[in-house]
Design a protein around this ligand. Sequence first.
Ligand code: GAR
Length: 209
Amino acid sequence: MNSALRRKSRIVVLASGRGTNFQAIIDASESGRLSGEVVGLVSDNPNAAALERARCHGIPQVVVERKSYPSKREFDCGLREAVRQFSPDLVVLAGFMRLLGRDFLDEFSERVINIHPSLLPAFRGLDAQKQALEYGVRYTGCTVHFVDEGTDTGPIIGQRVVPVMPDDIEDTLAARILVEEHSLMVECINTVLAGRVRRDGRKVIMYGG
Ligand code: GAR
């Protein structure tokens, strides 16, 4: 068996905020429900609560701020260097609120995934739960997808459906979706790390398991 098969897969998480999805990944890893280990956190926000979560679990962290770079392209390269040092098998965007450019994505080709709180392709971008409420849908949900240069446009790996209740406000709907996000995230990471997905253009073909 070669060393790549023997060792646990290395996961690097990118997060901008409170980091509950990040925490769900850590918890799954620590309890043996995840087939990989979180080897680093990279954030664009020095005040992200996710950084404190990393500290609590002894996970190395790096902050790469947009304002430290004169251009978006240079910021992308800064992010790429920060992630590259952890030699990841998979890069997981867990509430990372910036678009990634070609310089970053080419380096980790087909190994970057994101979670979004809607049933894509509906309600891309910011405030997806608010968009769903304003549109009046009866069901929304969450999606894990491969990342491309667009806003929440990459090929879809997994989705969960969540009902919208008549008395929902943004916070109650977001909380209901978040519960599903946490388990979908873990499930999709395991599926990708097990090599049980193949991309065929926009489609993600699942097999085995
Ligand atoms: C999550 O709801 C995630 O789906 C969303 O940000 C939140 C982060 O929460 N991501 C996006 O909207 C990306 N387009 P968390 O920091 O508690 O994981």
